[in-house]
Design a protein around this ligand. Structure first.
Ligand code: ATP
Ligand code: MG
Length: 451
């Protein structure tokens, strides 16, 4: 078993003994502990690091547990049957236990074998290279392994760079992280401008942690963001999609949204939304706010949050604006509405990817709105059995709560769903008898045709 003292680089750390910090083994996922113990008994050093340690120190429930080690991805894989190496730009190992994934990364050093690549470098060119940066300083590959102190310096914010060891249950602090936790401050390790250039997504991470933890971003970490926001255009839409989903599912979507209103980064992740919000009706703005609140409540209740509901709400302002501009009034399956909905989605796709199945489901939520507000006998059952009914109904409730007058449709569907047979029949009785009307219409049009 390796001795902590013998680990190269560890002498750079301030060591916080077990009686000086509140983290107890009982708060750590048994699977994360299993990974730590298996690595150490195989002779490697291993530490809990990142959000797990940070959240435990703050008495928050960690979202996941990350492990850092001096074992290489191949060595890690050999120790765990349930391990998979993933990532190319940044190789990591996922060790899976049922639904829980422990992310294991090998200590990284500052890239020494740097290669400047043009943005158009092919994947092939990067295949056998350990690290590479574009001329603008963006790291496109980061797989040079190093010592623990170097690993700490490669992490983003000080509060994310604390290492917890099962060897004496100590914490290692390489960059004044404990002081920043105490000050409730998000501070970039190293020069913030340079670190944002290496990876512009760190700007979004700064906002996310600020909203999630209620910490301020240190002035020298916050100030470059406004000038550098456009660097986000160099991030792949797929990665930006993941980051946007994380931003709004951290349990603090409402405060994230408020922070975004104040920051230029909004243009590069949800440009059409924030542009439309500037000129939209108050109910539209309010719906987005309420959707954020609602998302936070669901997460607090351990309920799931689906990205398609999130995008249905986030793209609501540009959808309503485009409908207005195109003179389209109802949200139904008409080709005019479908065109407007597709246009709204495709405008967003130039910023963030949205997997087809997600954008399709968001569109279904919108399309169902008309069926929910303009109820007809023949569509009630189909609407109720629609796979997106529940989401569309929740959306309808939000619209009403946001101040739209929709003929108390929310209440109608609440009673219809949860009421008894008599209540349902009464509701159906009140509906205009569209079935009879249609039949009459068809008959009369048939007789017209025969004339
Ligand atoms: P969360 O609560 O969202 O899981 P986290 O801090 O654990 O927060 P992860 O994305 O799980 O975030 O990453 C784990 C750790 O890896 C971070 O705490 C940080 O130390 C490091 N890290 C992640 N992304 C970056 C990045 N873009 N640049 C530098 N370090 C990063
Ligand atoms: Mg994490």
């Amino acid at each position: 078993m390796p001795n902590l003292k013998d680990l190269p680089g560890v002498e750079q750390a301030q060591v916080i003994d077990r009686d000086q910090h509140p983290i107890s083994r009982q708060d750590i996922s048994p699977n994360a502990l299993k990974v730590l113990y298996r690595l150490t008994s195989a002779g490697y050093s291993s530490f809990l690091v990142g959000g797990g340690v940070r959240d435990l120190l703050l008495d928050n429930k960690p979202k996941d547990f990350d492990v850092a080690t001096d074992a290489t991805p191949e060595e890690i894989k050999q120790l765990f049957r349930n391990a998979r190496i993933i990532g190319r730009r940044f190789r990591i190992v996922h060790v899976r236990y049922g639904r829980e994934i422990i992310e294991v990364t090998t200590f990284r050093a500052a890239p020494d074998k740097q290669l400047e690549v043009s943005d158009k470098s092919s994947r092939k060119q990067l295949q056998n290279i350990d690290s590479a940066q574009t001329r603008e300083g963006m790291i496109v590959r980061d797989n040079v392994y190093g010592r623990i102190d170097e690993d700490a310096a490669r992490r983003d914010f000080t509060i994310n760079a604390l290492y917890y060891t099962t060897d004496g249950f100590k914490l290692l602090d390489f960059c004044g992280a404990m002081a920043d936790i105490e000050d409730r401050s998000i501070r970039m390790i190293g020069d913030a401008t340079e670190r944002y250039r290496e990876d512009p997504v760190r700007m979004l991470r700064a906002l996310r942690f600020s909203a999630k933890l209620g910490f301020d971003i240190a002035p020298e970490t916050a100030s470059p963001i406004e000038d550098l926001a456009d660097l986000l255009t160099s991030i792949s839409p797929a990665r930006l999609f993941d980051e946007v989903v994380k931003l709004f599912s951290s349990g603090h979507a409402e405060s994230t949204f408020t922070l975004l209103i104040e920051s230029r980064v909004r243009e590069f992740i949800l440009g059409p939304t924030f542009e439309a919000l500037e000129c939209c009706e108050p109910q539209v703005f309010r719906l987005v706010e309420l959707a954020m609140k609602n998302t936070d409540l669901r997460i607090a209740d351990d309920k799931s949050v689906t990205p398609y509901f999130l995008f249905a709400a986030l793209l609501w302002p540009p959808l309503r604006l485009t409908m207005k501009q195109a003179g389209v009034e109802s949200m139904n399956s008409s080709s005019q509405f479908i065109d407007v909905a597709n246009q709204t989605i495709s405008n967003q796709l130039s910023l963030t990817a949205i997997p087809k199945r997600i954008s399709y489901a968001s569109r279904e939520i919108w399309e169902l709105q008309n069926r929910l507000t303009h109820r007809a006998h023949r569509t009630i059952d189909a609407t109720l059995n629609h796979p997106r009914f529940r989401a569309a109904y929740d959306f309808l409730l939000l619209r009403e709560a946001a101040g739209e007058s929709l003929g108390e449709s929310g209440e109608w569907w609440t009673v219809y769903q949860f009421g008894d047979t008599t209540q349902r029949d009464e509701l159906l009785e009140q509906l205009p008898n569209t079935r009879r009307k249609r039949r009459r219409k068809r008959r009369s049009s048939a007789s017209n045709n025969s004339d």
